[in-house]
Design a protein around this ligand. Structure first.
Ligand SMILES: Cc1cc2nc3c(=O)[nH]c(=O)nc-3n(C[C@H](O)[C@H](O)[C@H](O)COP(=O)(O)OP(=O)(O)OC[C@H]3O[C@@H](n4cnc5c(N)ncnc54)[C@H](O)[C@@H]3O)c2cc1C
Length: 389
């Protein structure tokens, strides 16, 4: 068969507006976030003034529609932004991720027009902060086994139970809370997502968890004791909350992957600079093949990871199914980031182990990536299920 015309090539070029977005987020990261990175680590707190600046530049509304005051950059644009945020202390992308990628995303994806009209504008400015409350002490990977109950009484649901490890739980105003409304049906019709005001009687926040890393981004328990939630605060349909949870996590996994790419790219740049500067045996260690091979492998893995993220985001923006790709992105990019930061530390030698280089912080912060938003074992299960179904 003769091919009449040269096939049109795939276009891997980011559109101009996303290149501009990348530049402006990078500038913001370098000007506003880098200078306070160590302070965030030392105090376990993002300064209020920095949070205010993050709100001013629109980071809390990045993926949401313009009609609500969001930047409407699409999933691809959001991933580009999260990639750049990944170059800063992980606390920043974690706070934004818990709010945008999952907390408010559930409302954006499945909330009613009335709920969105009422809350999205203030979520986009960061006046209201959101979080995503699925995990419980006895339901982590087995998320369908949640016990937090919501019982309809008149025009409200009465919520009882405990959510744990909730990012932004300490200061969020609202949470997307996954509850059991019909124990007999479980994940297939018995779980309901509720949009819950956390500043009301019946809701308590536990103390912040003491963590291995991610200082400046807090997790805690949310304890519901007869908390009343208006019946019109159901996100999506009663009983279909598990679908909302999974749809939301699909989105979250893409942007989580983007953060991994940004953090890895930043680590690579630091490793290259160090390897060119550090002299041993009379020459820069960058001239040693063992070090070169580590740099080459890291760069290759980042190249693969970035393309996976962009491809997954592109599918999401086209309205195609992307659950399997999201699981692949999350699994690959997080394992990559953990392995990258390990090798970057190796290239730094003893100084990488010292606090002042910031490499050990990246090493600790990366470890969670293979655990939250579904462990990497769970991602493999999702991928395998898609493959054999
Ligand atoms: C810092 C941090 C922030 C978090 N933020 C949030 C948040 O904002 N909102 C939220 O809802 N949750 C949050 N989580 C919870 C997180 O999503 C869970 O920790 C995660 O899903 C794993 O659940 P688990 O900790 O109960 O581990 P478990 O489910 O107990 O898993 C333990 C181990 O067993 C493995 N395992 C379990 N089941 C299987 C299986 N069937 N096959 C193979 N292996 C299996 C797991 O992969 C893992 O290695 C956060 C957690 C942390 C640490």
């Amino acid at each position: 068969m003769a091919i009449a015309t040269k096939p049109e090539g795939l276009n891997f070029e980011l559109p101009e507006d996303l290149k501009l977005l990348r530049r402006s987020i990078r500038e913001f990261v370098e000007k506003e976030l880098w200078p306070v990175g160590q302070q965030v680590e030392d105090t376990d707190q993002i300064p209020q003034a920095t949070l205010d600046k993050m709100k001013e530049v629109g980071l809390f509304g990045l993926p949401f529609p313009e009609e609500y005051g969001g930047a409407d950059v699409g999933e691809l644009g959001y991933c580009v932004a999260l990639e750049e945020l990944g170059r800063a202390n992980a606390a920043f992308s974690n706070v934004i991720g818990a709010h945008c990628s999952i907390g408010a995303m559930a409302l954006h994806l499945d909330g009613s027009k009335e709920l969105k009209d009422k809350y999205m504008p203030r979520l986009c400015t960061g006046e209201l902060i959101a979080c995503f409350a699925l995990s419980e002490p006895n339901a982590g990977s087995d998320a369908a086994n949640i016990q937090t109950s919501a019982v309809r009484q008149g025009d409200a649901y009465v919520v009882n139970g405990v959510k744990h490890f909730i990012t932004n739980g300490d200061f969020a105003d609202f949470a997307t809370v996954f509850t059991v409304t019909d124990r007999n049906l479980g994940a297939r019709g018995g779980i309901t997502a509720l949009w819950v005001d956390l500043n009301q009687p019946g809701v308590k926040r536990g103390p912040n968890d003491k963590k291995m890393g991610l200082y400046g981004s807090h997790t805690c328990e949310l304890i519901f004791n007869d908390a009343k939630v208006p019946a019109d605060h159901v996100i999506g349909q009663v009983g279909l909350g598990f679908i909302t949870a999974m749809r939301t996590l699909d989105m979250g996994r893409l942007s989580l992957g983007a953060g991994c790419v940004g953090a890895s790219q930043f680590g690579l740049e630091k490793a290259i600079a160090h390897a060119k500067e550090r002299i041993q045996f009379g020459k820069p260690i960058a001239k040693q093949q063992a070090v070169q091979f580590m740099l080459a492998d890291i760069a290759t893995e980042i190249y693969a990871a970035r393309n996976m993220v962009y491809n997954g985001a592109w599918k999401a923006d086209r309205g195609e199914r992307f659950s399997m790709e999201a699981a692949m992105v999350k699994r690959y990019c997080s394992d990559m980031a953990i392995h990258v930061v390990d090798r970057v530390l190796q290239i730094f030698g003893g100084s990488g182990f010292m606090k002042e280089t910031g490499i050990e912080r990246g090493y600790r912060d990366a470890r969670i990536l293979a655990i939250y938003e579904g462990t990497n074992e769970i991602q493999r299960m999702i991928i395998a299920e898609e493959l054999i179904k």
